[in-house]
Ligand binder design. Sequence first.
Ligand SMILES: CC(C)(COP(=O)(O)OP(=O)(O)OC[C@H]1O[C@@H](n2cnc3c(N)ncnc32)[C@H](O)[C@@H]1OP(=O)(O)O)[C@@H](O)C(=O)NCCC(=O)NCCS
Length: 164
Amino acid sequence: MAQTLIAEKPEHAEGVEHVLERAFGPGRFAKTSERVRERGAVFEPGLSRVALNAAGEVIGVCRIWRAEAGQPVYFLGPLAVDPDAQSGGLGLALVQACVAACRAVGGGAIVLVGAEKFFAPAGFTRVPDGRVSLPGPTDPARLLWQALRPGGLDKIEGELRAPR
Ligand SMILES: CC(C)(COP(=O)(O)OP(=O)(O)OC[C@H]1O[C@@H](n2cnc3c(N)ncnc32)[C@H](O)[C@@H]1OP(=O)(O)O)[C@@H](O)C(=O)NCCC(=O)NCCS
């Protein structure tokens, strides 16, 4: 299937909600990652990516938020691909496109909550225990990060919160 990855725009909002609903189901607002976003992380549509099919419909999304944990960091999520379009490499391509976008604007690091097995090929590794916390219960094995430049992780510490 032909797919295009582009920065998210307001006109994609409805399609994004549809994909999130189909991919995650009703439990998605209970996630601790949602607490980070509710508490003032700043949505960065220009660094987020949507995947469009040949008809121009949204079939995938990966969002980026500006946050802080001892230093400015980007927070990645939610990532979702419509169930009908999964297992074709689109999820990984969306993550890689967001990583490239964050690096291109000079970002230091990205933090996310997700499966290490899935995100490792995009360059993410597990955060050492205790370095970063989220405002809610988080499985430490799912707290991942990536430096976008040398030393990009050095000053990260504490709770992920809204940027100053
Ligand atoms: C996770 C998701 C975005 C992957 O999208 P995708 O387009 O299928 O991804 P890719 O094709 O690049 O990679 C697929 C592979 O990722 C791996 N994978 C997917 N979800 C995984 C998970 N939760 N844990 C570990 N590996 C996972 C599988 O090995 C899969 O391979 P398979 O199709 O042969 O089983 C999609 O499955 C989705 O929307 N899931 C529901 C929402 C969700 O869980 N989002 C991620 C939150 S961390």
